[in-house]
Structures are given as C-alpha cells and as structure tokens.
Ligand binder design. Structure first.
Ligand SMILES: [Zn+2]
Length: 91
C-alpha cells in the first residue's frame, strides 16, 4: 500500500492520445477494475483520478481508478502501488 492524495485543479490537463484519463489507464494496464482503488472504500471505479504520493520524494503525478466520491477526497488514503500509472509530460 502507498499513501496518496488527490491533485486538484487538474481538470484542464487532458491526455494527448486518449479521450479520458480512464482510457489512458486502461490502455496502459489492459483492464479496468470494478472497485475503487482506495483501500477503505468499496465503491465502483468510475474515473481515472490524478494523485501524488504522500511522504515520498517521488513527486510524479499518477492516475488511479477511483469512485466519484474518492475523487473529491481531500484527505490522505491508501491504494495498492500496482494501481498507479505515472503521467509524463508527453502523455
Ligand atoms: Zn472510493
């Protein structure tokens, strides 16, 4: 598990080659999960959300499948590291 928090004000940032960040994540991973990636949540995975790791030197942005509720969270929550797909400048 890795602690992350939502990045806000990322609505203007669209993937260059995909219609949404959900499609971006699906293309990188080859599937889309049923469940929200937040460890303490049982909601459905609705969106590809922008997050960043907390308590880490790693300042990269990542996309992770979250429910619409968790996409609005302002607290820190835990997700499985395998659910994180990094976003680069050319994505
Ligand atoms: Zn959730």
């Amino acid at each position: 598990m890795v602690k992350v928090k939502n990045l806000h004000n990322t609505g203007d940032r669209k993937p260059k080659n995909y219609t949404s960040w959900k499609e971006f994540w699906k293309a990188k991973k080859g599937y889309w999960p049923n469940d929200c990636s937040a460890y303490d949540c049982n909601g459905p995975a609705d969106v590809g959300a922008h997050v960043k790791k907390v308590d880490s030197y790693d300042n990269k942005w990542y996309i992770v499948p979250l429910c619409s509720g968790c996409n609005k969270r302002t607290d820190t929550f835990e997700v499985s590291e395998g659910r994180l797909v990094p976003v680069n400048d050319n994505d």
